[in-house]
Design a protein around this ligand. Structure first.
Ligand SMILES: [Zn+2]
Length: 676
């Protein structure tokens, strides 16, 4: 079965090449260097200029990176799968993917129906006449995955990681994060105005008068702004201790009396817990006040807007275009929409990800590759263990606990052993109702579903689908996870030189492992509990080294006047530094013997490890995207992920003897942090 599909895979590559609809990655071992630049001044452009020239930013994207390139390839593979499923569905076979995808491609029906499929939900909101109704209806929306005031879901208790409890997290705002409502610079002010205009346009599409629409836009903006005033900043939200407030469920009603908490517990299919984690208490305090201070009529308008705005991408063209215009064009600078098939594929792929994932790995995943990746992962882990033993700044007792934590890290590669069973999900011919019903299914039965509340944690669950080009570390499970789709070039190529694979997937694996020991991860113990296992002196030393990294990244300028936020990106930067360090040393021990010089270029195997790393962080982006990305994304823009870590690693300077102190990225040994 798999062999057969692998032949399909090869034909697919050929077809794409012929039609020119996607560029194939050059052979993994080839680097076209930009010799007009010195690597010590800009390693990113030294390695990536050729790729950047070959990949002009498409009008329908805000950024295009190595990850986007691999993701596009994966979506082309899924496109074939989806077309197969759609034709199976048309010829009478019951298939969830086929039915869902076909409903999304049927733009004639979608446009004819406009908002009629959600008329029942709108009527429900209009019928609200008491505060009690307000909470019943908002809990009804939450059941479908539309959380109007704050996010509500199940996750592990950070103080008892074996158990799932309900979690409340800040939400309810339409702009990317709280500071968008309070900054006064001209770009932000114009985004605020554009957002109010967007809200107004949504009401105009719902056939409200110009004056009503304008008034409602002001009302909703003010509600969101007041909510945002209680939100934590992006940096505050990185602190696992300050975002954990576990209180008895029985205290909720007396502490926050205006909120009807029991309507949440009453959601059909929800489990029950005697505890709840309020990530940001200020948010709940504020909302509790606002329940009374905002009029019922204004709350109804707010709910109506949240319903329609979150469903607009699945409604008729005018709604979809309005949504695109604000969230994609104004916020991210994107000029045109992705083709319809890609938009629908993305939605279906995330709505029923296990159903798609199961078929994706059957068609495209090679289990032998998984074994090769496992070997690299094993050597990275061994390298980290040795390095912990040899650290000069850490005491023996903390080292002991660190090694116990390292040994306990669970590893998942490829795809889950257990798939979500969608047999209770029923779909119709309405695209938007399918999105709602799939949203409801995930809200109740997904990995963070409400049916998990009050139950022991399921260690087999995956938070990312196998067809995702990404990877993660989960601190409360103390696990690292590598979906099948990241095991592709340029990250991983089973036929490539070891230097390439260690600099690529090796650094990715090292990155995720280091997350267990970054400024956030180190606060969790080997069992995933928020518990301090450090002696105070070691903590202070760690902090001192981490501050060096904060300061280094604060100096990287993204676009004129906008700098990387060193505190927001600290965890990722520690992980990138650790990941590349571990990959290099693991390669020296396990792959150097069989690594070769590259082609005619006299690139040494050592240099190839670093080049391979820099290549996975290639990319181009629009200024609008870079601005919002810098404010909100805990990962710095790829250029700084390429230029930051290498210059902290002593072996990098040995591999590139031409790099001199007067190169702009050069750091003296005293300026280089030592962490893992
Ligand atoms: Zn990371």
């Amino acid at each position: 079965m798999k062999k057969f599909w692998m032949i399909q895979f090869i034909i697919l590559g050929f077809c794409l090449f012929q039609t020119g609809s996607a560029n194939l990655t050059p052979p993994s071992d080839t680097f076209i260097l930009n010799t007009s630049i010195e690597p010590g001044d800009d390693l990113f452009n030294y390695v990536n200029t050729a790729w950047i020239k070959e990949h002009p930013l498409p009008t329908n994207k805000s950024s295009y990176t190595t990850f986007t390139e691999v993701n596009d390839k994966t979506e082309d593979q899924l496109h074939i799968l989806f077309d197969n499923e759609a034709s199976n569905y048309t010829s009478g076979k019951e298939t969830l993917i086929g039915k869902f995808y076909s409903s999304g491609m049927d733009t004639e029906t979608i446009n004819n129906q406009s908002i009629t499929p959600i008329a029942g939900e709108i009527a429900l909101i209009n019928s609200i006449s008491t505060k009690h109704d307000l909470f019943n209806v908002s809990s009804h929306l939450i059941e479908y995955g539309i959380d109007p005031f704050f996010s509500y879901y199940a996750d592990q208790d950070p103080t008892n990681s074996t158990w799932m409890i309900p979690q409340v997290e800040q939400g309810g705002i339409g702009l990317p994060e709280r500071d968008y409502y309070f900054r006064n610079d001209s770009e932000t002010v114009s985004i605020q105005e554009a957002y109010k205009n967007h809200i107004k346009n949504v009401f105009l599409l719902l056939n409200y008068s110009e004056s009503d629409a304008k008034e409602y836009a002001g009302t909703i903006y003010n509600i969101e702004k007041e909510m945002a005033s209680s939100h934590y900043t992006t940096v505050e939200n990185r602190d696992p201790i300050n975002t954990t407030h576990i209180i008895p469920w029985s205290d909720l009603q007396s502490e926050y009396p205006n909120i009807e908490w029991e309507t949440l517990a009453a959601i059909n299919g929800s489990g029950y817990s005697d505890k709840i984690n309020l990530h940001q208490r200020t948010v709940i305090e504020k909302f509790d006040q606002m329940v009374d201070s905002v009029s019922l009529e204004d709350w109804k308008i707010f709910l109506l807007y949240k319903l329609v705005d979150s469903l607009s991408p699945y409604l008729s063209e005018p709604f979809e275009e309005e949504n695109f215009d604000f969230y994609s064009h104004i916020l991210n600078g994107i000029e045109s929409q992705e083709p319809r098939w890609k938009r629908v594929l993305t939605v279906v792929n995330s709505a029923i990800q296990d159903e798609v994932g199961k078929k994706y790995v059957e068609m495209y995943f090679n289990a032998e590759e998984r074994e090769k990746a496992r070997k690299i992962s094993h050597s990275i882990r061994e390298t980290l263990r040795e390095r912990i033993v040899n650290l000069t700044w850490m005491s023996d007792s903390t080292k002991q606990a660190a090694i116990e934590k390292l040994d306990a890290i669970e590893e998942k590669i490829g795809y889950p052993n257990v798939w979500l069973n969608y047999s209770n999900l029923s779909l119709s011919d309405s695209y938007v109702l399918n999105v709602l019903n799939a949203g409801k299914f995930s809200k109740i039965h997904g990995p963070n579903g409400l049916d998990k509340i009050g139950k022991p944690v399921d260690r087999t669950a995956w938070l990312m689908s196998p067809q995702t080009v990404n990877a993660y570390y989960n601190p409360t499970l103390n696990e690292i996870v590598f979906p099948a789709a990241i095991l592709q070039p340029p990250f991983f190529d089973p036929d490539a030189d070891d230097s390439i694979n260690y600099g690529g997937i090796g650094a990715v694996i090292g990155h995720e492992m280091t997350h267990g020991f970054d400024d956030q991860g180190r606060l969790f113990d080997k069992d995933g509990n928020l518990r301090d296992w450090w002696n105070a002196d070691d903590s202070a030393k760690f902090q001192k080294q981490a501050n060096i990294i904060v300061d280094q990244y604060n100096h990287f300028e993204v676009i004129p006047g906008v700098f990387v936020n060193g505190n927001l990106t600290l965890g990722e930067n520690i992980a990138d530094f650790g990941g590349l360090t571990l990959a290099f040393h693991a390669w020296e021990k396990n792959g150097k013997d069989v690594s070769k010089m590259s082609g005619t270029d006299n690139i040494t195997p050592e240099q190839k490890v670093f080049f391979s790393f820099v290549r996975i962080w290639s990319g181009v982006a629009r200024d609008e995207y870079l601005r919002s990305d810098s404010y909100t994304n805990p990962h710095p823009w790829v250029k700084f992920r390429a230029n930051g870590p290498s210059f902290n690693i002593p072996e990098f300077y040995e591999a590139f003897p031409s790099i001199r102190p007067d190169n702009s990225l050069y750091r003296t040994p005293e300026q280089r942090p030592v962490i893992w």
